[in-house]
Write a protein that binds this ligand. Structure first.
Ligand code: FES
Length: 113
């Protein structure tokens, strides 16, 4: 489920809650698999060279609806996120943030050397 808020002009980060509560009666994103989800999201961002930071954080205030992912600053929440949602999230991030050019370019040759 995605709750839409206006997307800010520049998304810099994707936040994923990895909070774990150790009382069985309290919900948490980690108890619903968000740590593995964070691994998958980080690998996808790295492999696709998406120009965004993945930040693991402790609670986004949506504990009963997690795993919770949010684009930041000011982006939408992705609630009840699963591994199956990751490709679509990566597509959205790539469209919003673009990709990095890790190519260092041609070797630098100094004149006279
Ligand atoms: S525990 Fe994940 S949003 Fe609160």
């Amino acid at each position: 489920m995605v709750e839409q808020e206006p997307v800010g002009p520049t998304i810099k980060s994707v936040l994923i809650c990895i909070n774990r509560r150790f009382h069985g009666d309290q919900p948490s994103c980690a108890a619903r698999g968000s740590e593995s989800l964070a691994d998958t999201l980080e690998a996808g961002v790295r492999d696709r060279k998406i120009n965004v930071q993945v930040e693991r954080i402790k609670c986004l205030g949506q504990c009963t609806k997690g795993p919770t992912v949010r684009f930041a600053p000011g982006g939408c929440f992705h609630l009840g996120t699963s591994e199956a949602d990751v490709p679509a999230i990566l597509d959205e991030l790539e469209e919003l943030c673009g990709t990095r050019d890790d190519d260092p370019g041609p070797p630098l040759h100094l004149l006279g050397s």
